[in-house]
Design a protein around this ligand. Sequence first.
Ligand code: SF4
Length: 481
Amino acid sequence: MIDKSFHIITFGCQMNANDSRWLALSLEDRGFVRAEAADAQVVVINTCSVREKPEQKVASALDGVRRVTRGDPRVLVAVAGCVAQQMGGKLFSPGGQVRLLIGSDGLVRAPGAIEQLLAEPELRLSLLDFTDSYEERGQVRGAPVPVARVTIMQGCDNFCAYCIVPFTRGRQKSRAAASVLEECRARLKEGAREICLLGQNVNAYGLDRHGDGSTFAGLLACVAALPGLARLRYVTPHPKDMGLEDVSAFGDLAPLCPRLHLPLQSGSDTVLKRMGRKYDSRDFLNLVERLRKTRPDMALGTDIIVGFPGESEKDFGDTLNMVHACEFVSSFSFCYSDRPGTRAALFPDKVDPAVSRERLARLQSLQDALTRRLLEKRVGQKTEILIEGRSRRQEAGKTSWQGRDPYGVPVHLVLSGNTEDYTGKMVPVIITQSKKYTLMAQQAGGLCAEQSNFEKAGPLRKDLPANPCAGKAKKNFTPGA
Ligand code: SF4
């Protein structure tokens, strides 16, 4: 076991990945080093309960840690995230290695708690209380990355019938706009070219009682204006909270990429009502039409739950029709399963799992065909790729790189020479081939200008107006909201 070393295992969404990144860098700031699980003094399992069988996944991860560390009682195991919040003290078993539970609001105190627990081997700590407002975590400095993910809010107030998030991540708490901007500027100065704003319901930003008068559209405009920014994205919006100004932003803000992940969940109005989504299929189609009017090349992705309680074959057919009509370029789809404590867990008329699986297969084959058709149409087009790193596949004397186009599609291209590091560079390309989920490209000209304009970002401005991101009261586009 390496003294003062840690290993983090992360499940789930980009917010979890971002939380793990912050924890890792904070521990490094305190003198810890990264290690394999078998050698680490501290192992953190950052959990997610959105997908199926989260408790079994955590149990199996804990078994894996016990196996590789041979149950060494000196190893401190922490369970963080949604499953820790859900299971609480049940994770502390007599003689077990788990001595720390970290909820989403407790993460800010986790580095200090880890140090305390290493000094006091008999102690166990639980950081599961929700705080009243968004607690700033303190800036950490990491290796430059082309794409920086910046959290703008925590939790959710929507209580969709199937979703555990409001229980595990708490009620919505918006982060102060000035702090978001400060972190964005710092990440751009580090070398990021793209910023992705993160939250469970980003376009409700500022609408909770913790809001500082900023609106989501106001915040987007402020971030888009930061020197050095080439691309801006966000995830995840809720269709019912999509304001007119949020739609217009796609036409007004040059760095805002024409790609939006817009969760549909179901195409059936009956199911949407039972889910408590507060929009219907007509609202969603209107929103899609408005988005495409604003940005004709808009690429949409979505989330879909198949086999929600009471879903009939007709309801499922409505979902297939919506997928066709919206022409999603990608979707995350999965079979419904109960989450304890949610309303849907108590709904009768659960769909037979075999029926759900068969519907999921049909949905995914439709999506695959759509994706293939939409990607094939891209062949021959010129675009720009932000290089995120080397591809796994390499050719002799050349290096294969991977990045994303403005539509969020992974693109692979070969660049001559194998010494220069193209990570973070914008490369003009022509798309040469489409694969199942990715594209292949060839360089079409010199590297894009302004390769390192993040250097222009300069020091953090101290003279920002009190609230540069304030906006007018939000007008939602979807009438059902
Ligand atoms: S809006 Fe998203 S995070 Fe919030 S309750 Fe609904 S599904 Fe969960």
